[in-house]
Structures are given as structure tokens and as C-alpha cells.
Design a protein around this ligand. Structure first.
Ligand code: AMP
Ligand code: TRP
Length: 343
């Protein structure tokens, strides 16, 4: 490895500011970002990936509001902008610079196989933006720009992380170097895939047209309770073992949400509620969700009231990120043979 490699392993992750935060983002991503920050093993870098968001159309004023709301969501959930680096991607231009190099490393075939591209491009792929196709190369740049070794994400990002490993391997091989690390995805826990409250076969998503399908971090206590009360379930009581949830996706989802919110294993939750009807379980889940999420949404709205302070924190995060990013980009340019970069 080169002199740019640090001894403190680095964690990088990002969320798109393309809408409000959902319970899926919180349990699958942010809550785990906070644990990795607090664990003390890693240097942690968390990002609002605004350049990724615009691969599909974003209204500029919505994008601004969503970026600040996401920053507020990170901080309200426990990301400390002093202990972690917190910034928006567009303010660290090295991401796009390294992204271009990786556009020239990644292959078209790799990109066309990505399920997120196929899902988002839909039937009319010819009309999708070129950025949507190139997206995973920019994501690889986000990660490798900091020589990050660990990336906490939800299950849906697994394929993109495999591509990041392919980009690092191909770059190192083509240029005969051992420069970019092979990143480890960190996908574990009971909430790597929180499902829609209306359809247990679909992931909970900010882009689902039905607001009843998701819990938003900005929902108030009444909305949370109502969404859980109306969540789709089946007529059976809760089973007494996890195996009994195998063909019951909606029931399994609610049990997993309960376990993740309460920092317990799903088996422990099943042991407590075995044999109970949803009529009894749902109000308990609603109380738990309100207890855990209300403080976050209150703190988010307090932070949103002072957007100048949020902007100041993000600008400082971007400065700190650039200090780490600049030497890695310079070394990459040097390896690639760009005159002016050294050698
Ligand atoms: P996105 O909102 O698509 O930018 O996703 C941001 C992060 O949240 C990624 O790590 C996703 O894998 C994670 N995430 C999004 N939706 C869910 C979900 N329903 N369950 C678990 N993780 C999720
Ligand atoms: N692609 C991720 C998503 O849609 C967001 C993202 C962009 C990301 N760059 C990243 C996640 C780097 C982890 C690391 O959710």
C-alpha cells in the first residue's frame, strides 16, 4: 500500500437527498452509521450524495431543502459533525474528478447489469440520463477517494459495492499498482431490508407513491401510530419461533422493525409475543416507534430552523473531507499519467 493509506480504517457511506428519510434509511443505514462512529474503531465519513440525486430530475428548491433535512436527520440521529466528517458530495469536487477516471475503468456491460439502473430507468432506458447509467462509478469514487475499507449500507446496495471492488481491482491491475483497497460491505442486522407497510414484497422507499407504505422520520406520533395500525398483516397470531415467519413477509417485517428499534434479536421479540394477535402487537410496536422516533423528528425540526448553522457545519465538513481527498486524487492522477500531477 502507498503512503496515502491510513492506519485507522475508514468508513464511508452516503444517502441521496432525493426525498424525506424513511424508517428504512434510519434502521438500514443511519442507525448503523452512528454505531460505527461511536464504536471508536473507525474514522467515519458520511455524505449527502446530491450529485447522485440529480441522476433523476430534482426540483432545485426541493433538492436544497432535502439536503438540509438529511443533514438534520443525520445529526438528530446521533452523527456528531465533529467526530465524523459530514458533508454534501458536490462540495468536494474530487468526487467527480475521481468519478471520471472510474468512468474510464468501469465497463458498459457492468453498468447495464445493475438492478438499480434497470429499476430506475424502467421501460424507457433510452430516455434515462447518462448519469443514471454512470452512477455506480461515481459511487465507487465516493468510497475509494478516502481509501475507505468499510461501507455500511442496506441490502439494496450490495451490487454497487461489488462493482466498487471490481473498479478497484481493475484499476490496480491495469496500472500495476496496489493503490485502492478492496472495500468490505457492512450489511448486517435485522433491518438490512425494511419492507413496505402495504406490501411485504416491496422495499420501504421514499419514492413509493403511497405515504401509508412508509414511516417518515418527520411523521408525528399520530401518523406513526395510524400507519402501523393500518399496516398489512395476515389473520394468524404471531408464531412461537422465527421459522414460523418464513412465508409471512408482512408479519416478519413488523417483527424485524420491532427488534431493530429495540436493539434486540428477532428471536427475542418472537419469544415475548408468541401467540399474540396483531391487535395486541401493533399498539406496542407503535408505542416503541413513537418513543424512538419522536425525539429524532423534534430535533430535526429544531435544526431545520437554523439552516445557516447547518450550512456552516456542512462547509466545514467539506473542508475536512477535501484535506483527505486531495492527496488521493493527486496520486491517482500521477499513476494515470496526467502531466502536472507530479513525476
Ligand atoms: P437511499 O435513500 O436510496 O439513498 O438509501 C440510503 C441508504 O439507506 C442505503 O444504505 C440504503 O441501502 C438504505 N435503505 C434505503 N431503504 C431501505 C430499506 N427499506 N431497508 C433498509 N435499508 C434501506
Ligand atoms: N447508492 C446509494 C443509494 O442509493 C447512495 C450512495 C452513493 C452511497 N454513494 C455512496 C452509499 C457511497 C454508500 C457509499 O442508497
Amino acid at each position: 500500500m502507498t503512503d496515502n493509506t491510513t492506519f485507522t480504517p475508514r468508513v464511508f457511506s452516503g444517502i441521496q437527498p432525493s426525498g424525506g428519510l424513511t424508517l428504512g434509511n434510519y434502521l438500514g443505514a443511519i442507525k448503523r452509521f452512528v454505531e460505527m462512529q461511536d464504536g471508536g474503531t473507525y474514522q467515519t465519513i458520511y455524505c449527502m450524495v446530491d450529485l447522485h440525486a440529480i441522476t433523476v430530475w430534482q426540483n432545485p428548491s426541493d433538492l436544497r431543502r432535502n439536503t438540509r433535512e438529511l443533514a438534520a436527520g443525520y445529526i438528530a440521529s446521533g452523527i456528531d459533525p465533529e467526530r465524523s466528517i459530514l458533508m454534501n458530495q458536490s462540495q468536494v469536487p474530487e468526487h467527480t474528478q475521481l468519478g471520471w477516471i472510474f468512468n474510464c475503468v468501469a465497463r458498459m456491460g457492468w453498468m447495464k447489469r445493475m438492478t438499480q439502473f434497470k429499476d430506475k430507468a424502467g421501460k424507457n432506458a433510452e430516455n434515462a440520463s447518462l448519469g443514471l447509467l454512470a452512477y455506480p462509478a461515481l459511487m465507487a469514487a465516493d468510497i475509494l477517494l478516502y481509501h475507505s475499507t468499510h461501507v455500511p449500507v442496506g441490502d439494496d446496495q450490495k451490487q454497487h459495492l461489488e462493482l466498487t471492488r471490481d473498479v478497484a481491482t481493475k484499476f490496480n491491475h491495469d496500472y500495476g499498482v496496489d493503490f485502492f483497497p478492496i472495500t468490505e460491505p457492512v450489511i448486517h442486522g435485522v433491518a438490512t431490508r425494511v419492507m413496505s407497510l402495504r406490501d411485504g414484497s416491496k422495499k420501504m422507499s421514499k419514492s413509493d407513491p403511497s405515504d401509508m407504505s412508509r414511516i417518515n422520520l418527520t411523521d408525528d406520533a399520530d401518523a406513526i401510530a395510524q400507519k402501523i395500525r393500518k399496516a398489512k398483516t395476515d389473520p394468524e397470531p404471531l408464531p412461537d419461533t422465527l421459522d414460523g415467519l418464513a412465508d409471512r413477509p408482512e408479519a416478519a417485517n413488523l417483527v424485524n422493525i420491532y427488534a431493530a428499534l429495540d436493539d434486540r434479536g428477532a428471536d427475542d421479540v418472537i419469544a415475548e409475543f408468541a401467540g399474540q394477535q396483531f391487535g395486541a402487537f401493533k399498539p406496542k410496536l407503535a408505542d416503541l416507534a413513537v418513543a424512538k422516533l419522536s425525539p429524532i423528528s423534534c430535533e430535526m425540526s429544531r435544526l431545520m430552523d437554523d439552516s445557516a448553522e447547518l450550512d456552516r457545519l456542512l462547509a466545514r465538513g467539506a473542508d475536512r473531507a477535501r484535506e483527505l481527498a486531495a492527496p488521493v486524487l493527486k496520486k491517482t492522477y500521477e499513476i494515470v499519467g496526467m502531466v502536472g500531477a507530479g513525476t
